[in-house]
Design a protein around this ligand. Structure first.
Ligand SMILES: *Cc1c(COP(=O)(O)O)cnc(C)c1O
Length: 376
């Protein structure tokens, strides 16, 4: 890493390893057989993470994560379908917005930002409206860091004979998801989150039968995952210019993922990062927004210090000058900021970040608590 590059404690783009960045120093031809092998290897490695080789296809798509979410909804939901969108944060709202823009009928069910959607909610909603064809869920709602109970909701959706579309952007690769046990038609993630690649490519795990039945649904040429998959299956190539360097970096990141110990090891490192962060911040008297039981080890929302001298912009700039990029809060009701636990970072980095935050708050003359909970 360049000595001046700060560490990204954000929900993406993330801090990547030098090895992953090195993998981008080669130019690849999109017709080249070696690049096609790289793509095939990436798709197979991604499928293996969810044990999905028998049941699902992995279809990559150029662009940021939202492109892949929009493509999944546009490809799978027929024009006379109806989507039940489950919302407890900004990314859930984005799902509804996508349905609106694509002209797909939808209804929404919102819970508070610190309240997971439950399987019982979904059961009730599906009983009440038989016209719903698809349910759309955010696994880890990155706007707070809350975890929604994917396995239980997936079973309920299946028991009603309905289809599930999951945005697992910020959880995939770190939290366990097993396609042999969790039924879904689509699960969406991207190169630049917990796999620690660089941003630029999304991918969708698509149930093989659901994809086969989706021809002609999509309103868009470039976002049609049925056609994207068909072309790739026939030629081994991307349908339009591939993000070659992103694919090469993701391949290298996946090798490191495997060497680290795969999903259990990634989860363990992030959980340790999260715990270290929570404990360090608690010692400063900075409280997290979510209770531990529903906090995913991905990103933590903290209440901002209740002090007239606190301003996020100044706080951010000062922490950045010490080498760490934080993230603004995304809640409407309370003033918060967020700190990511994901990326090529470990608990030592998290402790250093907490130390920097403490120094900055002291420099801003904002009183901190001592470990005993009284002002120091
Ligand atoms: C990051 C993220 C996305 C995608 O956002 P982009 O800015 O398009 O990459 C979608 N959903 C969730 C839950 C995310 O965390």
């Amino acid at each position: 890493m360049l000595p001046t590059a700060p560490m990204l404690l954000t929900p993406g783009p993330l801090t990547t390893s030098a090895r992953t960045r090195q993998a981008m120093l080669v130019d690849w031809g999109s017709w080249d057989e070696r690049f096609n092998q790289l793509t095939a290897s990436v798709r197979a490695r991604l499928l293996a993470i969810i044990h999905g080789a028998d049941s699902h296809h992995c279809v990559p798509l150029q662009g940021s994560g939202t492109f892949a979410v929009e493509a999944a909804i546009g490809t799978l939901v027929p024009r006379d379908g109806k989507v039940l969108v489950l919302i407890n944060g900004a990314y859930g709202k984005r799902l509804a917005k996508i349905c609106e823009v694509l002209g797909r009928a939808f209804s929404t069910f919102a819970t508070a930002e610190d309240e997971p959607t439950t399987a019982a909610d979904v059961d009730r909603l599906l009983h009440a409206d038989p016209s719903i064809s698809h349910v759309a869920l955010i696994h880890c709602e990155t706007s707070t860091g809350i975890l929604n109970p994917l396995p239980a909701i997936a079973q309920v959706v299946k028991s009603h004979g309905k289809r599930l579309i999951v945005d697992a952007m910020s959880s995939f690769g770190a939290l366990p998801i097993d396609a042999r046990e969790v039924p879904f038609d689509a699960l969406i993630a991207a190169s630049g989150k917990c796999l620690e690649g660089v941003p630029g490519m999304g991918f969708v795990f698509l149930d093989k039968q659901a994809l086969a039945a989706a021809q002609g649904n999509c309103h868009s040429l470039a976002m049609d995952l049925f056609e994207q998959h068909r072309y790739m299956a026939e030629t081994g190539q991307w349908r339009f210019t591939p993000p070659t360097h992103v694919v090469a970096a993701l391949h290298e990141a996946l090798l490191q993922y495997h060497e680290e110990g795969g999903q259990p090891a990634r989860h363990q490192r992030y959980a340790h990062n999260c715990q270290t962060l929570l404990e360090g911040m608690a010692e400063l008297g900075l409280r997290s927004f979510l209770p531990a039981a529903i906090q995913a080890p991905i990103i933590v929302t903290f209440h901002a210090p209740q002090h007239s001298r606190y301003q996020f912009k100044e706080f951010y700039e000062r922490v950045k000058a010490k080498g760490f990029i934080l993230y603004p809060g995304k809640l409407t009701q309370v003033e918060t900021f967020r700190v990511g636990c994901i990326g090529h970072v470990d608990a030592t980095d998290m402790r250093a970040a907490v130390t920097s935050i403490a120094q900055v708050l002291r420099a801003m003359d904002i009183p901190l608590l001592s470990a005993s909970g009284v002002p120091a």
